[in-house]
Design a protein around this ligand. Structure first.
Ligand code: AMP
Length: 241
């Protein structure tokens, strides 16, 4: 299949999609774009933020250790992240590939991931080279996106009170649940998260750029245009289609 001929509505749920890493500051649209990739390739989206929040809600040992760190907007220590990711990535559903959303966030995490993917378990997944999709959005745009973000606790749908409001204020269009503001989406914590992103994650981008794996996408455009470019970039990289 010629990638140019594939439309953003086509699905390819039996191809080996390989590892796909989504990068971008909080609020850049990684989650939204990841959902489009899930639909196209039928591979799981692994959001480290979601995994950690789930651990916090369930009150696991990891959740108890991570809660205060996440509330401050700091990064959870690598040993905890590595333990959680090893278990998740060796899940049966990752055998054709997976989308990482929120990981790696440091060069140490990127190097750890490269090593983990050398494990025999990942032979099939890694026959396709990992691709890193980086979505960029300007700082003020990010602040507006994050302070306006609301999510549905039932179906996970994400809204924005400024750009993508629900039909009825505060209520999910799909299932009528009351929409929630994430506890770390307050302006003070957001600034801390953007700062942590700048300081620690930009070197990761350089790491992947040097390895020739980075594809940069302008995220300051309507969602469907960004989706089109993201899917095209993934399809082309490593001749997935
Ligand atoms: P996110 O939903 O991706 O914005 O993540 C929410 C919070 O989870 C972050 O502010 C961190 O405290 C923590 N977190 C998520 N991913 C990582 C990671 N790769 N390394 C360290 N901490 C993380």
């Amino acid at each position: 299949m010629n990638a140019q001929a594939a439309s953003s509505l086509d699905t390819f749920t039996s191809v080996n999609a390989g590892p796909i890493i989504m990068m971008g500051a909080p609020g850049a649209g990684k989650g939204t774009q990841s959902k489009a990739i899930v639909e196209r390739y039928g591979i799981p989206q692994i959001s480290t933020g979601d995994l950690l929040r789930d651990n916090v809600v369930r009150g696991t040992e990891l959740g108890q250790k991570a809660k205060a760190i996440m509330d401050r907007g700091d990064l959870v220590p690598d040993p905890l992240m590595f333990e959680m990711m090893t278990v998740r990535l060796k899940g049966e559903d990752c055998c054709r590939g997976f989308i990482l959303d929120g990981f790696p966030r440091t060069v140490a995490q990127a190097q750890w991931l490269d090593n983990l993917l050398k494990d025999k378990f990942f032979d099939k997944v890694c026959s396709i080279p990992p691709v890193v999709v980086s979505i960029s959005v300007d700082y003020n745009g990010l602040l507006q996106r994050l302070t306006g973000r609301r999510s549905c606790p039932t179906c996970g749908r994400i809204y924005n009170v400024h750009f993508q409001p629900p039909k009825v204020s505060g209520v999910c269009d799909a299932d009528g649940s009351a929409l929630q503001l994430r506890r770390d989406d307050t302006e003070e914590v957001i600034k801390e998260r953007l700062h942590a992103y700048e300081a620690m994650t930009l070197p990761v981008k350089e790491y992947f750029r040097a390895a020739g794996r980075l594809v940069e996408i302008d995220g300051d455009r309507p969602v469907d245009q960004v989706t089109r470019d993201v899917l095209r970039a993934i399809d082309r990289h490593g001749n997935r289609l």
